[in-house]
Design a protein around this ligand. Sequence first.
Ligand SMILES: NC(=O)c1ccc[n+]([C@@H]2O[C@H](COP(=O)([O-])OP(=O)(O)OC[C@H]3O[C@@H](n4cnc5c(N)ncnc54)[C@H](OP(=O)(O)O)[C@@H]3O)[C@@H](O)[C@H]2O)c1
Length: 234
Amino acid sequence: MPDRLLALIVGANRGLGLGLARELLGRGYDLIVTARDPAKATDLAALAAANPGRVQIERLDLNDIAQLDGFAPRVAGRVLDLLYLNAGVTGPAHKDGMKATIEETGALMFTNAVAPVRLARHLLGNVRDGSGVIAFMSSVMGSVADNTAGTSELYRASKAALNSMTRGFYHAGLGGKKITVLSLHPGWVRTDMGGPSAAVGIEESVAGLVDVIEREKGSQKHRFLDYRGAEIAW
Ligand SMILES: NC(=O)c1ccc[n+]([C@@H]2O[C@H](COP(=O)([O-])OP(=O)(O)OC[C@H]3O[C@@H](n4cnc5c(N)ncnc54)[C@H](OP(=O)(O)O)[C@@H]3O)[C@@H](O)[C@H]2O)c1
């Protein structure tokens, strides 16, 4: 067991990412957190000020290829107990494949599916062998088996693509490294994305997600689980 646990959360400026930062700090993890614009990340700055030496804030926009592919040296030599790829977007407001442009589709797929797995590949060398966890913020909306509603088809497709790329990364991208890979559904949560009518509060969701991570670490499996630990069909 390492002296101090270290987690890197991608997309921690607000919503679930900020909630995860607070929860993990409370459980004794030191943090590296990313924000697209650290100068505007006032909640993260307050967390860092309240926890001296425990929160490092880094700039990262997943859709900026130079930032994405140039990120790894900024955490060189740091051993991560948890890498949490949280950042994600809803996509175009019309949510409709019949109206989607190539640019909208490309941006949604890149942010939600391609970039998180690409960053995980870049940072694989930092993740602790044996007990390390890479968690991707998926969604039950990414379940093909569960899709009987057909709503939000572009967002659903982006999370299904994330799950598919994550599975490929788990089977063919770990290079013999023994780590646990999780595709996690946070519940329908009251954030900017989830909206005010969502069923679950941020604190409940992130506490459940971290419980699931603590339970699964060391399993070295790839599972699709919700914040209460229930298995979701692919
Ligand atoms: N809320 C729900 O009900 C729900 C349900 C299932 C899954 N999820 C997933 O949970 C994750 C977090 O969602 P949330 O509800 O907390 O959403 P949110 O409040 O809209 O926050 C999204 C976060 O992602 C960051 N982000 C977006 N695009 C980015 C990019 N190109 N590069 C870097 N960071 C980027 C945002 O940064 P800025 O602050 O700079 O914009 C923000 O920190 C997402 O992956 C989402 O799909 C949410």
